[in-house]
Design a protein around this ligand. Structure first.
Ligand SMILES: [Zn+2]
Length: 236
């Protein structure tokens, strides 16, 4: 059960945190999954959806190539766009929790964190049913106390190894270039089909870059997997 933690600790550098006077076992809670052990695998991940303008076109691209990805949904957006959330689930993609309202957890109490996770989880379960128990913190906040709380609630905290800077107006070219520069194999690629602050943000650059990345890395023999699949391969 701790296999994925150990792998993430070795590869992700859990030692980067300073634990100070915390109990020794706290190191177990310090690791987020950020890279898979199989260098032939890549995981596309999308945050901040569902989104009116870009989620359905993105699903079309993924379906065209038979690629399964992982979506970290915001509970508030799921509540306002349940039909889009259901389409993501029906297409067979993995879905994780990205809080209910996307607060910056650096400034939030642990009580608020628990509430954000619980409400998002309830909305997800009511809307799509069973789903992965994965959590990606908004803005990547990773205080040890946050990770400890997340673990104690039975979630696996998920980071990324490749950042595409697609959460602002940009071009497919630039998104693709950021990805290509960082991809080494076994990567979790962070992209955004939505916007935490509004519904309907334009993420067409992300949709187009996704198609280019799939073509490029399929040609090179890489396999696109969901995060649960990548974690399973890393445990073996
Ligand atoms: Zn986010």
């Amino acid at each position: 059960m701790l296999g994925w933690l150990t792998g993430a600790a070795v590869l992700g550098g859990a030692g980067a945190y300073s634990y100070g006077a915390m109990a020794p076992q706290s190191q177990l809670f310090g690791a987020s999954f950020a890279r898979g052990a199989d260098p032939q695998q890549l995981a596309l991940t999308y945050d901040d959806g569902p989104n009116d303008s870009s989620t359905l076109p993105l699903l079309e691209v993924l379906a065209k190539y038979g690629v399964k990805a992982t979506f970290f949904l915001i509970g508030r957006h799921v509540r306002s766009r349940p039909a889009i959330a259901r389409k993501i689930a029906e297409a067979g993609h993995a879905i994780g929790n990205h809080t209910y309202s996307h607060p910056n957890l650096i400034f939030a109490s642990l009580k608020k964190l628990r509430r954000e996770l619980e409400i998002c989880e309830r909305v997800l379960t009511e809307t799509i049913g069973e789903h992965a128990r994965l959590f990606r913190p908004p803005f990547g906040a990773k205080r040890p106390a946050i990770l400890r709380t997340v673990h104690s609630m039975g979630f696996k905290p998920i980071k990324w190894s490749v950042t595409c800077y697609d959460w602002k107006p940009t071009t497919a070219d630039r998104v693709e270039q950021h990805a290509v520069r960082q991809i080494r194999g076994g990567d979790l690629i962070l992209m955004h089909d939505g916007d935490h602050s509004q519904m309907g943000a334009d993420r067409s650059h992300t949709v187009e870059a996704t198609e280019r990345l799939i073509r490029r890395y399929h040609d090179q023999g890489y396999k696109f997997v969901t995060i649960p699949e990548m974690m399973q391969a890393s445990e073996a």
